[in-house]
Structures are given as structure tokens and as C-alpha cells.
Design a protein around this ligand. Structure first.
Ligand code: ATP
Ligand code: MG
Length: 290
């Protein structure tokens, strides 16, 4: 569905000494995403996630590299792209002077949605994200979480086949977050391709078919959440060490138990299944970047 080859983005950058240089935000990224896949892009702040989404959605030009949708180069697909994709941006970008309803209406009209279908779809999505009661309120008056919910409703309005979500559930309460997860899963079952970024590792673990980890613009790993944990070792032993919490990973439960046994008397020791967060921290560094 989407193929990225050697995608690179450099921004002009001024050093502390005032010298003009480049800063590489995305560095030779190559990967492909299948139709109907839920693909997660993880990485510390500044890793290049938003820049990648912005290049894929034609909001910014790559410095070099290639993006293909369904085998067609992005430039040849540009016309179609707007109707095919839905985007939940990281930062709110509504017209703040319009109401909730007017913002959705505007988006639907821009996508040429007609009369009854438009009204019905707006009604349905407002109900889904629980914003029906504030349909006539100015966007400015919404809480942070309500704005995020409106961003999601807007992105889904024109029934996109590919959905880009940049930290979709940030600032949402746990109930709404789970409803959004349900919605994302349902959409993937209906054949929609979902490309999301998140800092909630639990979200990636529970939703994503595959996860890519970016660090300083580079792809450091790409796998299924399960495979990430298997590669590190399915069992984690953690304890309070001299420099804070320490972790050791084991392929076999027996070996983990033996290791823990040798530390007898340390009340802080714990054996548990390895999770994606362990893999993320190992791959992106414990001390830097996060
Ligand atoms: N318009 C811009 N001009 C200059 N530098 C930029 C611009 N946009 C992003 N950058 C830089 O590119 C790098 C990657 O930023 P990006 O926003 O893609 O990171 P991110 O992974 O989305 O981070 P976060 O988790 O904080 O959202 C950062 O060093 C950032 O400062
Ligand atoms: Mg970002």
C-alpha cells in the first residue's frame, strides 16, 4: 500500500555559534506498509515521527528518497491522495472561530460529501466521539481532550482508506482512548490502513500489527510487538540496583528464576513477562533522548 525508500528530510539549522548547517530529522528511512495493516511508529521526542507523517501526507517535501502509494510515485498520486487519506495531526489545526459542527461541515464540503450523507455521517461521528452536546459550541471553548476527539471525527468523516494519526489518543481519558482503539481496529478490519505514532507503548502493543522504532531520524528496529519481546527475551527480571532500577532479560523462565534466586534477600526483585516498553527503552537508550 505504502512504500518508502531512503526517505530523508533535512531542515536548515543554526548552530549555537551562529553557523548555518542542516539538521537531519529523518535519515534514510525505508519501509513498507500493507493494506489493512495497523502500523505504529514509535520513537523519543524529536525522533522524526511527525516529519515522516508530514512527508507521507504531502505537507512537507522530502529532501530525498521515494514514496509510493499502491506502486505509484507520490507525485503521480497527488490528486487522488487528498480523498484517500485522513489525517489526525499532532497539533490542533481547526478554524477556532467556527463551531464544532461548522468545522465538520466545512471539512465534509471540501471532500464533496453530499446532503444527507454528509449530515448523517457528521451526526454519527459526533455521537461516536461524544461531542453531540457541543455541536454548536465554538471550538475555542472545548477542552484539550474534546479538541483531540474532534480531530479524530474530522479525519474519519470522508471515509479515508488510509488513516494517519499522529499521537491520536494523547490527552484522552481512558474510556475514550479505548473507544478510539476499538474504532481503529474496526477500521482496519474494514480494510483501512492505519499509520499511527504514539508514546503510549501499551497502545502500540495492543493495536499495532507491526511497530517501527525511530531514533534520531533512523530506523532502529521493525517487527511485530510479540517478536520485539521474544528477541529481547520473554522474561524480565528487574530489581533495585545501585544506579536505580535494573533489568535483565531471559529467553527461558527457568533461567530468569535461577538468576532471581541468586539475588535472594533482595525484596525488590520481580520476574515478569517482557513488554514492548522494555524493547523500546533498550533500543532507544535508557539515559538519552527520552
Ligand atoms: N519545521 C521545522 N524546522 C526545523 N526543524 C524541524 C522542523 N520540524 C521538525 N524539526 C526538527 O526535526 C526533528 C524531528 O522532529 P519531529 O517533530 O518529526 O519529531 P517527533 O518524533 O514527532 O517528536 P515528538 O515525539 O516530540 O512529537 C526535531 O529535531 C525537530 O526539532
Ligand atoms: Mg511528533
Amino acid at each position: 500500500m505504502i512504500t518508502i525508500e531512503n526517505l530523508t528530510k533535512r531542515f536548515p539549522h543554526k548552530t549555537k555559534a551562529g553557523k548555518n548547517t542542516d539538521k537531519t530529522a529523518v535519515d534514510g528511512l525505508s519501509l513498507s506498509i500493507g493494506a489493512g495493516e495497523i502500523f505504529g511508529l514509535l520513537g523519543p521526542n524529536g525522533a522524526g515521527k511527525t516529519t515522516t507523517i508530514r512527508m507521507l501526507t504531502m505537507q512537507t517535501q522530502p529532501t530525498s528518497g521515494r514514496i509510493c502509494y499502491e506502486g505509484r510515485a507520490l507525485a503521480a498520486y497527488a490528486q487522488e491522495l487528498k480523498s484517500v487519506i485522513g489525517v489526525v495531526p499532532q497539533h490542533v489545526n481547526f478554524d477556532q472561530d467556527l463551531t464544532v459542527g461548522e468545522n465538520l461541515e466545512l471539512h465534509a464540503r471540501l471532500h464533496h460529501m453530499k446532503g444527507e450523507d454528509r449530515r448523517q455521517r457528521i451526526h454519527e461521528l459526533l455521537q461516536y466521539v461524544e461531542l453531540t452536546d457541543v455541536v454548536n459550541d465554538g471550538v475555542r471553548r472545548l477542552s484539550g481532550g474534546m479538541k483531540r476527539r474532534l480531530l479524530i471525527a474530522r479525519a474519519l468523516l470522508h471515509r479515508p482508506r488510509i488513516l494517519f494519526m499522529d499521537e491520536p489518543t494523547v490527552a484522552l481519558d481512558p474510556q475514550v482512548r479505548r473507544r478510539i482503539w476499538q474504532l481503529i481496529r474496526q477500521m482496519a478490519r474494514d480494510g483501512v490502513t492505519v499509520f499511527l505514532t504514539t508514546h503510549y507503548i501499551e497502545e502500540a502493543e495492543s493495536l499495532c500489527d507491526r511497530v517501527a522504532i525511530l531514533n534520531k531520524g533512523r530506523l532502529v528496529a521493525l517487527d511485530t510487538p510479540k517478536e520485539f519481546c521474544e528477541q529481547l527475551g520473554r522474561y524480565t527480571v528487574e530489581w533495585d540496583g545501585s544506579e536505580g532500577r535494573e533489568y535483565k532479560f531471559f529467553a527461558e523462565k527457568q533461567a530468569a528464576a535461577e538468576f532471581a534466586g541468586q539475588q535472594a534477600g533482595d525484596g525488590s526483585i520481580l520476574i515478569r513477562p517482557t513488554n514492548l516498553e522494555d524493547a523500546f527503552i533498550e533500543l532507544t537508550g535508557r539515559k538519552e533522548g527520552i
